[in-house]
Design a protein around this ligand. Structure first.
Ligand code: GTP
Ligand code: MG
Length: 273
């Protein structure tokens, strides 16, 4: 059994998203890609516990701190010898486990005081073939809304002198290999429209209730309080929480065609490092 020796992994990413989106399949693929020893493919099943894995960034993926390196750059050879490692926490997506696991992990990891173990980014995975179903769309958007609202509160509570570091969000639009999959642009629009609906019904609920109770900090609205429709761009402008929607596939043809259907997600990870 052979393993490369490399600097200890320190950058953490959190993998969230509804059940069946492909989180564990993605984690398993990253592990297989990182390991020289084995390439066994596990069959996945609904997760009930979160797991932490250490994986390797392919040397050809640029990192945020090394953005402009070219293929001829000697630092690429160095990167191949001493690959960049990062850690991914896979969480169960079942609705009943979100508060105690996914959201709880988000709270714990984002509060880490140690700069070395701080949360670098959140990957929110969605099944783009399942979003045509209204109940699935509502469930997915509700989970994403809660994640973004947490990050908004975190961004607003950070004092200006001691700026909290940004935690960007990647919406990984998975299962693009399926012919029923919505393209990433449509996924973005659907999620934005559904989050807007969730936000509006929440605002209305608050207005109805505020006659006798004072608005609590807990009941903050995502984005801004104006009538403008919700969009990820608005969230970035108003609050500073950045959301990217990027298509890919853990399984299926795309992987064979392009070498890897997860390359663009790895590039997003690289930019966070
Ligand atoms: P929970 O653990 O319940 O939260 O679900 P999960 O997000 O971990 O989903 P999981 O990785 O178990 O994947 C669910 C199913 O989707 C499995 O049968 C995977 O093989 C399948 N799957 C994952 N990614 C893809 C993909 O890109 N394309 C296709 N066609 N199927 C995929
Ligand atoms: Mg799982």
């Amino acid at each position: 059994f052979f393993q490369t020796v490399a600097s200890p992994p320190s950058s953490n990413f959190l993998l969230l998203g509804p059940s069946g989106a492909g989180k564990t399949a993605f984690t398993t693929l990253l592990e297989a890609k990182s390991s020289l020893a084995s390439n066994k493919s596990h069959s996945t099943h609904t997760s009930q516990q979160s797991t932490l894995v250490t994986v390797t960034l392919p040397p050809t993926v640029p990192t945020g701190s090394n953005r402009y390196r070219s293929v001829n750059d000697p630092s690429l050879k160095e990167a191949a010898r001493n690959p960049i490692k990062y850690r991914v926490r896979d969480t169960p997506g079942h609705g009943k486990l979100r508060a105690s696991q996914g959201i709880a992990e988000l709270q714990a990891m984002s509060q880490s005081k140690d700069i070395k173990t701080r949360l670098r980014g959140v990957v929110f995975m969605v099944d783009t073939a399942a979003l045509v179903d209204e109940a699935t769309l509502r469930d997915t958007a509700t989970y994403l809304h809660d994640v973004l609202l947490f990050l908004q509160k975190r961004a607003k509570n950070g004092s200006s002198s001691k700026r909290t570091t940004d935690i960007p969000v990647l919406v990984a639009a998975n299962k693009q290999d399926l012919f029923t999959a919505l393209p990433p642009g449509a996924v973005r629009e659907k999620l934005e429209a559904e989050i807007d609906r969730i936000r509006k019904s929440k605002t209305k609920g608050l207005l109805d209730a505020s006659a006798d109770t004072e608005l609590e900090d807990e009941e903050e609205i995502l984005g801004n309080d104006e009538q403008e429709a919700f969009s990820f761009k608005l969230l970035e402008h108003e609050v500073g929480v950045k959301v990217d929607v990027v298509g890919g596939a853990v399984k299926g043809d795309l992987q064979e065609e392009f070498g890897s259907g997860v390359r663009r997600w790895e590039e997003w990870v690289g930019m966070c490092l």
